[in-house]
Write a protein that binds this ligand. Structure first.
Ligand code: ATP
Ligand code: MG
Length: 448
């Protein structure tokens, strides 16, 4: 697979966000306030990665921030968060090089009260940066950066929690007591897995032990938030290696059962990760989920029908347990069913049938499943697909015959239309009809 084109648009957006964040810091400083870049963007900068977004933290109150910027609105004023938007011209761009709009979160330094809903603090109190660092989840996420100071980045960092050392040593460590911090918001268990897998970091042993010991508490976190975290660690944008590491960590921290639901929490019986090993950089989130489910349940030992039925059932459960979209659920079910077509149906199927399958949305995902189960069969399907795609007719040409053509030929619309059109398209795909006219004759012929 070729690598995707570099995304210049998102590079420009990121540059605009960074400029916006620095402008905000400068404006706040101009008012005599303390202001820094905070959290993930500091971590990413220290790691030499391009941050996805830039957050600002300040001792200015939300009202003061709202006052200072034209295009600002409070998203959680009681939590101290204001969103500031920079449009195309407000950063003094010249007319020739307009900059994309940027949205920056400006948060007032805060200390948090108890988490009785296990998601948000009951109350917040505004404070200074040292206290604010203590409410953040991991040391690597709890640093600030002064973007206006001179000197190397490490010297412009304000680190009161040992984050710089942990970045250097590659460690995910809770800020404060790990069990207490998890009890506040158990999603942090999955955030630990996401950061550890993304950066190839180790989870510090006491933090890891607390995650494992309290793994069952993840069940109390809303399924939407769990699903979002999984998408962020198992989606197409994530390198395959990092996806595998995430799944390994989830398994070894005992988080799979609370994520997948107790019914899906079968014991791993010497699972071989053969399908997971077959996913590639173009494999999407549904395919990665299915690879994981397939392998952890040892479905490599089941025949295609059984494995497919099981995966369809699992997919339906996942829809609720991690809140999948309709499209994601359809993809999971389509890929699971497609496995049977590729593993059992392919060899005996007609050219038109194989072309239809090869052009289906589920084909790539089902081929990954097959590849993990039976690499020889998968390479036969793949090379057959390539030759079908390179014949002059192609895999999925525009149909020559439409319903309008049947009406124009004097047929009355009715339940037989679908079958007639399918027959004409089959003839087109097979090459048994060489022209649109011949395909129309196939459609018009009465079924035997
Ligand atoms: P990403 O690159 O994925 O956006 P991030 O670290 O920026 O990573 P965000 O969810 O954008 O993550 O949050 C920004 C910052 O807010 C984090 O760096 C962290 O300091 C803090 N934070 C976010 N979620 C939590 C949480 N559940 N518990 C404690 N602190 C959190
Ligand atoms: Mg972020």
């Amino acid at each position: 697979m070729s690598r995707p084109e570099p995304d210049h648009r998102s590079d420009r957006k990121r540059a605009a966000a960074e400029r916006g964040a620095v402008e905000i810091v400068r404006a706040l400083r101009g008012q005599g306030k303390t202001a820094y870049l905070a959290g993930g963007c500091v971590r990413d900068t220290l790691l030499g990665l391009a941050p996805t977004d830039f957050d600002v933290a300040t001792n200015a109150t939300p009202d003061e921030v709202l006052e200072l910027f034209d295009d600002a609105h409070a998203v959680g004023k009681s939590f101290g968060v204001v969103i500031v938007r920079f449009g195309r011209v407000s950063l003094g761009e010249t007319a020739g090089s307009p900059s994309p709009a940027a949205t920056i979160e400006v948060a007032t330094f805060r200390r948090e009260g108890a988490y009785s809903d296990k998601r948000r603090p009951d109350s917040v109190e505004f404070c200074g940066p040292d206290e604010d660092a203590k409410r953040r989840d991991f040391t690597i996420n709890a640093m600030f950066l002064d973007p206006l100071a001179d000197g190397p980045v490490e010297r412009r960092v304000i680190d009161t929690v040992g984050g710089l050392d942990d970045i250097r040593d590659g460690i995910i460590r809770a800020v404060g007591n790990p069990a207490d911090r998890l009890a506040e918001d158990h999603l942090r268990a999955l955030r630990a897995v996401r950061f550890a897998s993304r950066f190839g970091f180790a989870i510090e042993p006491v933090t890891g032990a607390a995650i494992r010991e309290h793994a069952a508490d993840l069940q109390g976190v809303s399924p939407e938030r769990i699903g979002d975290e999984l998408r962020r660690m198992l989606g197409r944008r994530v390198p395959v290696e990092a996806r595998r590491r995430a799944i390994e960590l989830i398994e070894c921290l005992n988080l799979a059962i609370p994520i997948l639901g107790s019914e899906q929490g079968v014991q791993l019986s010497g699972a071989s990760w053969s399908v997971l090993d077959a996913i590639g950089s173009s494999s999407d989130f549904p395919t990665t989920l299915l690879a994981w489910l397939h392998d952890r349940e040892g479905l490599g030992r089941a025949n295609a029908d059984k494995a497919s039925d099981r995966l369809v059932a699992r997919s339906r459960l996942l829809r609720r347990s991690i809140v999948l979209s309709n499209e994601e659920t359809d993809d999971l079910v389509g890929i699971s069913r497609g496995l049977v077509h590729l593993e059992r149906g392919w060899t005996g199927a007609s050219v038109s049938q194989r072309k239809r399958w090869a052009a289906s949305d589920w084909f790539d995902g089902a081929l990954v499943l097959l590849n993990g189960r039976n690499p020889d069969a998968a390479s036969r399907v793949q090379s057959d697909r390539n030759s079908l795609a390179s014949d002059p007719i192609g895999l999925a040409p525009e149909p020559w015959v439409s319903g309008d053509d049947l009406i124009a030929s004097g047929l009355r619309p009715g339940p037989d239309f679908k079958e007639r059109l399918a027959r004409a398209y089959d003839a087109q795909l097979e090459g048994s009809a060489a022209t649109a006219h011949e395909a129309l004759q196939v459609a018009l012929a009465d079924p035997d």
